[in-house]
Ligand binder design. Sequence first.
Ligand code: T4K
Length: 383
Amino acid sequence: MAKAFEQPIYVTRPLLPDFTDITERLRVVWNSKQLTNFGKQHDELSHQLKEYLEIDHISMFSNGTMALLLGLKALKLTGEVITTPFTFPATVQALDWNNLTPVFCDIDPVTFNIDADKIEALITEKTTAILGVHVFGNPCDVEKIQAIADKHGLKVIYDGAHAFGSKINDVPISSFGDMTMFSFHATKLFNTIEGGALTYNNPALDKSLDLLKNFGIASAEEVVVSGLNAKMNEVQAGVGLEVLKVIGEERSKRYIIKKAYEENLADIEGIQILTTLEGESSSYQYFVIRIDEAVFGQSRDAVHKELQKYNVFARKYFYPLCSDFEWYSDLPSARPENLPHAQQAVQQVLAMPYYGDLPVSSVALICGIIRELHITQKSLSQI
Ligand code: T4K
């Protein structure tokens, strides 16, 4: 029987650049006395991210949620937006705060992203957009979604919180749709502690997003729209500049950890790996498995609980389904019978510990715990 880890093993740990580099960067910020409101660090990070993400237009925010919320506002959407129930609450809360009604579409049983084949049936005269989520960094069916949007005159927004740096056939993920949101939260591979961004191709959005995230202030004497305060500050941007220097190394480390998981889980019946993309295609943000109770012999919840006994804190991303939030109980699209694949996914998915400093030996031990659970169950069922 395996021993519990002495220290807790979390689903992730922030990517932390060398502390000396951070203090040097802070010294520059301190000396400048410009702490926020679009200073040099902000502009430099914006420039570097445009290059990294291979996009002409970017707008940075205090966090990913505010980016999405104000991005939807800038697109002047009304009525209904077709989206996925299998996401983090922020995706749908950004709709709520814009007085937009989510229309939940079931997910694809393989990718766990919005099922593009089920979108068209949900379009009404009130629909103005499709909001897809590149869940765990696996891209949505962007071509099919765009074709539907073009046919019906809809906007397309992607929540790419997990997809920083991913590509689809060598094309950067940020190039699809009308805009893509990225999260730079501490738990994300690229982090600014808290932070986020929108990328887009339409230059007209530069101005409206600048206004929306800065109280609608157009000049010292002019306030032209009702905005909010959602700016990225200089310390966040400075941290981002240092993190950007080390993400190549982190991605390589995560590649090795991914391989270790794949090898150790390969022959366990009932375990399927959801994050299969590699190289430039992958964001290396999460390593996620799906547990088929009928084959594995134990439920996802049982595995989650068992791992905790060993001091391993895998996470049920995402749980609960957004369509099950109490405030959507009157929405026909939120009814469980309309979302069979999402209802199944929410019971099966487990995000495993995944970060560059996680020793490969720990991965083997974690997988050993899962294997043991499967073997014990198998022998019990044969008695
Ligand atoms: N859309 C999607 C699809 C998203 O997944 C998210 C965020 C958003 C939109 C919104 O973007 P932001 O507004 O957050 O930029 C975490 C993150 O807070 C959240 O950003 C992320 N998705 C979500 C999937 O994960 P929690 O509630 O799981 O966080 P927490 O505090 O439990 O952290 C998870 C583990 O990470 C901890 O057990 C330990 C470790 N950790 C965490 C923090 C904050 C650290 O080691 N250090 C830290 O500072 O939501």
